[in-house]
Design a protein around this ligand. Structure first.
Ligand code: GLA
Length: 391
């Protein structure tokens, strides 16, 4: 039985009616880390790991949700939204909250969801839940909200209801992802461009450190503040600057003496990373994976040394891959302080490279490394509708 079928089956058992089925993917990010909230560039892709949501409308204001993977239910009224220590319902209620605030005419609903995006590994299971529900509600209640607005609502759900000041990348790629393509998002203009990622001899492999340091979200918010501090200093000399996206290495250098050294390093990383993304897109167009991989390496060095969001487990894995000729690029991925490294590995050598990494990782940290071989798939979409999807 496929994942979608088992979600549908549980839905039928619980609610005895037909459901709209929406498949919402996780994501990888090839390059462009911690740049989204600095209005810079990112280069993510939707992957084949996903959450399926089965959903049907009710005629009242009540919502009844069931998380298959947790085997937990949660009920709430649209008119009484407040966060819960249970965790996962907040992602969904946060989205409902956005629909209510924007005064879209929604009703209550039944929802069952389950999936195979590992939680806490940096593949954006939370964005998949948020954007997946936003997409589903839009379809279910025939709201005709455009895709970019859905993205923004899903991001806001996380900012407001969950309290993580995340940027827009994860929700954006979730909705706009395209099979075999990476997406360059300009987080200032919110324009995008697809780049085919058609290297048939290459696998995108994630090594999951299986550590998740408790600092992650407070340090994430702290990095945002440090970047704003940097912008405030630079703005004194260059009033036209509104974000690190508007800053060149030269400008930053001019302001160095006026800046706290830590803030300077944070800014330096972001300014360099934006340049790297643009250059890396050129590499993709030329099919130059070597140069692309070299950029990934530099990104990791910056994230670890200047931005300080890596950890010893991530650094170890990246370092381990650095001299392997079968590995084109390797770096930590996502917010940091744990989660996965992303590796571009020659297809024929994936098994050998992965077992080598697993053995060495176990020796060093006594943790069983998890490996995910991903493929680039489409963004959130309807997979079965029972008529709900008509308009
Ligand atoms: C998390 C956030 C994203 C982005 C990355 C870092 O995944 O949700 O918005 O900032 O970290 O690139």
């Amino acid at each position: 039985m496929t994942l979608a079928q088992s979600v549908e089956q549980v839905f039928q058992e619980k609610f005895k009616e037909q459901a709209l089925l929406v498949r919402s993917p996780g994501r990888v990010n090839l390059i462009g880390e911690h740049t989204d909230y600095n209005k810079g560039f990112v280069l993510p892709a939707a992957i084949d790991k996903s959450i399926t949501l089965a959903i049907s409308p009710r005629n009242d204001r009540h919502c009844s949700m069931f998380a298959m993977d947790m085997n937990e239910a949660h009920e709430f009224s649209i008119d009484d939204l407040h966060s819960t220590p249970k965790g996962w319902p907040n992602y969904l209620m946060g989205v409902v909250d956005q629909f209510v605030k924007a005064q879209y005419p929604i009703q209550g609903f039944h929802c069952v969801f389950g999936g195979d995006i590992p939680i806490g590994a940096g593949m954006s299971s939370s964005a998949a839940l948020e954007a997946g529900l936003a997409f589903a509600l839009n379809t279910l209640f025939h709201l005709h909200i455009d895709r970019l607005t859905l993205v923004k609502m899903a991001q806001k759900a996380e900012n407001v209801f969950v309290g993580v000041q995340c940027g827009i990348m994860d929700q954006y790629i979730n909705i706009f992802g395209k099979q075999d393509n990476v997406l360059r998002i300009d987080c200032r203009t919110l324009e995008y461009q697809y780049y085919p990622f058609a290297f048939h001899n290459i696998s995108v492999v994630l090594f999951d450190t299986r550590v998740s340091h408790s600092l992650a979200s407070s340090e994430y918010n702290r990095r945002r503040e440090e970047c704003s501090e940097g912008v405030a200093v630079i703005k004194k000399m260059y009033p036209e600057v509104n974000s690190l996206r508007d800053v060149t290495c030269d400008m930053l250098h001019q302001c160095r003496d006026r800046m706290d050294p830590t803030v300077y390093r944070r800014c330096k990383y972001v300014v360099e990373e934006n340049e790297r993304v643009l250059h890396a897109c050129g590499d993709l167009e030329k099919g130059d994976l070597k140069s692309f991989g070299a950029a990934m390496k530099k990104t990791h060095a910056g994230l670890s040394g200047d931005y300080e969001v890596s950890c010893k487990e991530l650094d170890f894995l990246v370092d381990l891959m650095s001299s392997d000729p079968q590995v084109y690029g390797s770096r930590m991925m996502g917010g940091g302080f744990g989660g996965c490294t992303i590796n571009l590995i020659e297809k024929n050598h994936v098994e050998e490279v992965s077992s080598f990494a697993a053995v060495r990782y176990k020796q060093k940290f006594n943790i069983d490394l998890k490996t995910y071989i991903t493929s680039i798939g489409p963004g959130t979409r309807i997979i079965a509708g029972s008529g709900h999807e008509k308009d």
